[in-house]
Design a protein around this ligand. Structure first.
Ligand code: GDP
Length: 194
């Protein structure tokens, strides 16, 4: 998809603030620093619509991006900040559960993991959570430019094994530096928008 129009339309912390336009939504989840903002910007062909390297402690909100007046990307705040207090983490959990489990417009979740490393405990929990509740998931392995191609198979196997990956799901090797996987990612997403 070639995107001409994309804008952030709102930030929400609870369902009263979600848009009420009934357009389909694709959520994006991943631990902080995984490359989620870079992924969104790459898909949209923008330099800085989604803010990269968001800082810990900033307000944790669901950010809705309206794309071509057709659907939304919903940026789910990154998990895995060690510095966040227990109370804040509980608040985050409640906000995410409410969105992922109750949002009828949600069609699929792009779950981002770092292609270089074993998925974290939170990565595995997120994937298993989505599988358990039958929420369609597209796994995107980021920062592939940092791994030589000869090792891609090894890294893919390592990640799939740790996630207990369902081979019916999409697994996309991605880099916002080389744009590797951009077309594949759009194809996977468009499948859920059809
Ligand atoms: P977010 O916190 O998940 O939104 O992550 P960001 O998109 O802000 O990226 C975190 C850091 O990783 C930044 O320094 C990015 O420049 C870097 N980064 C993101 N994607 C890639 C990638 O595909 N390749 C490389 N080499 N670095 C990346």
């Amino acid at each position: 998809m070639k995107v001409n129009q994309a804008e952030i339309v709102m930030s929400a912390v609870s369902k009263a603030q979600y848009p009420d336009t009934h357009l389909k939504e694709i959520a994006l989840a991943g631990r902080s620093n995984v490359g989620k903002s870079s992924f969104i910007n790459t898909l949209l062909g923008r330099k800085n619509l989604a803010r990269t390297s968001s800082k810990p402690g900033k307000t944790q909100t669901l950010n809705f991006y309206l794309i071509e007046n057709q659907f939304y990307f919903v940026d789910v705040p990154g998990y895995g900040y060690a510095k966040v207090s227990k109370k804040e983490r509980a608040k985050w959990g409640k906000m995410i559960d409410e969105y992922l489990l109750e949002r009828e417009e949600l069609e699929a979740v792009v779950s981002l993991v770092d292609f270089r490393h074993e998925p974290s405990k939170e990565d595995c929990q997120m994937y298993q959570f989505l599988k358990y509740y039958d929420i369609p998931v597209i796994v995107v392995a980021t920062k592939a430019d940092k791994i030589p191609r000869g090792k891609w198979n090894k890294h893919e196997s390592m990640i799939k094994k740790a996630l207990d990956f369902d081979k019916e799901d999409d697994f996309i090797i991605f880099s916002s530096v080389t744009k590797q996987g951009k077309e594949e990612a759009w194809q996977a997403i468009e499948h859920y928008l059809a």
